[in-house]
Design a protein around this ligand. Structure first.
Ligand code: SF4
Length: 364
């Protein structure tokens, strides 16, 4: 499928303009996990900020230490340069020390003059974590209510939850159908990452159109797992395809680790919390090393992946912590791996291209 044959869907800027034209508010949401249904129930459009690629970081650099990752460096510069001026509020989930530092900077030093809402996702699993997170979402809702001037009823929130769960279901279906979709890696990620800003019903329609194009068989390239924080820079996929590999298993925090499952019950707060904690084991949630290993081995079995590519953001400590033990465990099961460092704001370095080419030769 050529780029032109991907269904046409609106850009971030178009969705924001449309929402604002109807008097709606926009939230700029930083990585990683956040309660989408909550924003919708308040009539707020959540638009995620992952960098973005190509951002000039000059304005942010003066506020940050040299070993800060590109996502935070780009995010701060994005705000300071006025490119996030359409946002009415900023949401800072605590993904890591760097995003916490970004929140502090925005709050204490470089206030963009708009509400900044820090948000804590628990580093735990099970009923206690769900209960804590449900209360944290309730605390967030109280703050949004003071900004918006009204609150949804529990029934309205539950309705928003069901709509988001339907969109998450389509997102999971897209990932499951990935090997049979006639899309390049770039095209696939352009579609699935529309979940970061498209209203849920629009995303469901887009996904249905893409899923209808699925064929019967995979493309014949050697399947590999791609892992890390986010699928940027996208030249990764161009290189993989050129050397005969395909990203069949997605373990990116931004995408594959956010394939949430629906919660249960009629309490919308608990239901959102259950769903947010249902994604694949994620470094930013402080999961065990064994959970990461088990997930990656399961992904390798499900996709037939022969290798894993850890496409890590430079200076990302949460991801780096897991790498030695995870790679050793994969190697013990016959799954080769390479770990490369990238800046998601910049083009793929030549040495990374060379290492991908070398990996492909060993798998041939
Ligand atoms: S790339 Fe790593 S260090 Fe940067 S925001 Fe994400 S988790 Fe934090």
């Amino acid at each position: 499928m050529s780029v032109d044959s991907v269904p046409v869907f609106p850009t971030r800027r178009q969705v924001i303009a449309e929402h604002k034209a109807h008097g709606g508010r926009v939230a700029a949401v930083f990585p990683v996990h956040h309660p989408r249904a909550l924003w919708r129930a308040f009539g707020v459009l959540p638009v995620e900020v992952w960098g973005p690629p190509g951002t000039d970081t000059t304005l942010g650099d003066g506020h940050l230490q040299a070993y800060t990752c590109g996502i935070v460096r780009g995010g701060l510069s994005f705000v300071l340069s006025g490119q996030a001026d359409d946002a009415d509020l900023f949401v800072l989930p605590h993904a890591c020390d760097s995003t916490q530092g970004l929140g502090s900077l925005l709050l204490d030093f470089v206030r963009p003059g708009k509400p900044i809402l820090p948000f804590y996702v628990p580093r735990a699993e099970g009923p206690v974590a769900v209960e804590y997170l449900a209360r944290e979402i309730g605390r967030l809702a109280d703050k949004v209510a003071t900004i918006v001037g009204s609150s949804p009823t529990d029934a309205e929130l539950l309705e928003a939850v069901h709509v988001e769960e339907a969109a998450d279901g389509r997102l999971r279906a897209l990932h499951q159908a990935r090997p049979r979709l006639p899309l390049s890696g770039r095209e696939f990620y352009r579609v699935v990452r529309a979940r970061e800003y498209l209203p849920p019903l629009a995303f469901v329609e887009l996904a249905a159109e893409v899923l209808a194009s699925a064929g019967d068989r995979a493309d014949g390239r050697t399947p590999v797992i791609v892992s890390g924080m986010l699928p940027e820079p996208m030249e990764l996929f161009d290189t993989l395809e050129r050397v005969g590999l395909t990203a069949a298993g997605d373990d990116f925090t931004c995408t594959g680790r956010r394939l949430y499952h629906p919660g249960t019950g009629d309490d919308p707060w608990s239901r959102i919390a259950q769903s947010m904690l249902s994604g694949a084991p994620d470094a930013t949630r402080g999961v065990s090393v064994q959970a990461r290993i088990d997930h990656l081995l399961g992904l390798a079995r499900a996709t037939g992946a022969k290798a894993a590519i850890f496409h890590e953001v430079k200076f990302c400590e949460p991801e780096a912590y897991y790498l030695p033990q995870v790679r050793k465990a994969l190697e013990a099961e016959g799954i080769r791996s390479i770990a490369v460092e990238v800046n998601p704001l910049e083009p793929l370095p030549d040495q990374v291209v060379t290492r991908l080419e070398a990996l492909a030769e060993t798998l041939a």
